[in-house]
Design a protein around this ligand. Structure first.
Ligand code: PMP
Length: 451
């Protein structure tokens, strides 16, 4: 057994954590997780915490799930990994079949990768090359949403727009057209209906530039942008515009897929099928790094031809189609169905919403946004003007530090407190986690405003 102090010392010496200011991290007594149990994470000293953000938005059933553990063990008896480049393997084929069966209509072809960002990179290359392969070479640019987030690799950052994460890398990025997202709380449009304003802006752009545009990429609920659900009808409107102007629609469901919003896919709320769909996170239940880019027959066919035509999609990673990951994903999808997780999310979401009523009138809670079990609470200095707290106040972090004291791990997005419990959490667990969330918001804000 390793001692806490010893591990932190080694963390200091050798381990550089992602998305982390290391000085700040070491100033605040890092949590070192030793194991997991159901919906809880247990640290090296035996303290248990609720996994309030599903280990970065991906855990579905909890930790140490017997069915998932067994699926991996069974697969290990055969093989851990072989390449998918130019050959196949059993679980990758079966998982592709299963994904095509449950995907929105028309998405019949599955291209695997290892992370959400890679799934997005593939979607971008696929869309770009689709037009090259079909002789419309001018269609090479992308339309993206302001405050969008699609991952941290350079292509994914190029279609992202979160100043704190992305601005520094601007000189490395390719240019894309940016449309303000129809955010109802901070409406960037003069129209009182932000979806109308955004669709109008997209149409104006398409009228001028559609012959230059390969695809539009959108999140049905902006995740890292602050948990902002698109208004109902927005995706329907985008689908219609993309059809009219012959632009491909890429929907990024890396965060929203596999039941997170109360449907298998968030785009189902609008009854929309994209041309390309990116998925990841919940695909393996939160166990192993497998992601996928799904495409229509029309797109796949454009890549199909003789070897010397160079129409193939030149993309693939060492671990693409990893058997352990694919076997785990198959077991996860079976469990989602068997345990009726999607219906359960809808029920749990109502429980959370009711409990959050306690915060709705708080003078520093500006907005509470929710799509299923994807919840964001935006803290503001002034509720009337929606003025944010100064950056140095760290209101979002203060709430999360309070939550940690109360036994739940959270991670904010600026001053948006994010709550995304594992989808299979029981109603009792959801009640308990939501109570901690409310207490942490109250305590954190008290610390900020000093009363
Ligand atoms: N797209 C969206 C919408 C996401 O929320 C994320 C991750 N939060 C990604 C892509 C990137 O996924 P990954 O971290 O697995 O690369």
């Amino acid at each position: 057994m390793h001692a806490y102090a010893d591990l932190v010392e080694k963390n200091k010496r050798y381990l550089w954590n992602p998305f982390t200011q290391m000085k700040d991290y070491f100033d605040r007594r890092p949590v070192v997780i030793a194991r997991g149990e159901g919906r809880r994470l247990i640290d090296i000293d035996g303290n248990a915490y609720w996994d309030g953000v599903s280990s970065l938005w991906l855990n579905v059933h909890g930790h140490r799930v017997p069915e998932l553990d067994d699926a991996i063990r069974r697969q290990l008896e055969d093989i851990a990994h072989s390449t998918l480049l130019g050959q196949a393997n059993v679980p990758a084929i079966l998982l592709a079949e299963r994904l095509a069966q449950i995907a929105p209509t028309g998405l019949t072809k599955v291209f695997f990768s290892d992370s959400g960002a890679e799934a997005v990179e593939i979607a971008l290359k696929m869309a770009y090359q689709f037009w090259q392969n079909t002789g419309k070479c001018s269609k090479s640019k992308f339309v993206t949403m302001c405050d969008g987030y699609h991952g941290d690799t350079i292509g994914a950052v190029s279609v992202g727009d979160i100043p704190m994460f992305h601005a520094r890398y601007a000189p490395l990025l390719f240019q894309s057209y940016k449309i303000p997202f129809p955010n109802r709380y901070r409406n960037p449009y003069t129209s009182s209906d932000p979806a109308f304003g955004a669709l109008h802006a997209v149409e104006e752009l398409f009228q001028r530039e559609a012959d230059q545009i390969a695809a539009l990429i959108v999140e049905p609920v902006q995740g890292a942008g602050g948990i902002v659900p698109a208004p109902k009808g927005f995706l329907t409107g985008l689908r219609a515009l993309c059809d009219t102007y012959d632009v491909l629609l890429i929907v990024d469901e890396v965060a929203t897929g596999f039941g997170r919003t109360g449907r298998m896919w968030a785009c189902e709320h609008d009854g929309v099928s994209p041309d390309i769909l990116t998925v990841g996170k919940g695909l393996t239940g939160g166990y192993l790094p497998v992601a996928a880019t799904l495409a229509t027959e029309r797109i796949y066919t454009a890549f199909y031809g003789e070897y010397e035509e160079f129409k193939a999609l030149y993309h693939g990673h060492s671990y693409t189609g990893n058997q352990l990951g694919c076997a785990c994903a198959l077991a996860n999808l079976e469990l989602i169905e068997r345990n009726r997780i999607i219906d359960h999310v809808a029920q749990s979401a109502r429980v959370v919403s009711t409990r959050l009523n306690a915060l709705r009138d708080h003078p520093h809670v500006g907005d509470i946004r929710q799509a299923g079990l994807m919840i964001g609470i935006e803290l503001v200095e002034d509720r009337e003007t929606k003025r944010p707290f100064p950056l140095t106040t760290r209101a979002g972090w203060r709430v999360c530090w309070q939550a940690r004291e109360l036994g739940m791990l959270l991670r904010p997005l600026g001053d948006v407190v994010v709550f995304m419990p594992p989808l299979a959490s029981t109603v009792d667990e959801i009640q308990e986690m939501t109570s901690i969330l409310c207490d942490a918001v109250e305590r954190g804000l008290k610390e900020v405003v000093g009363k």
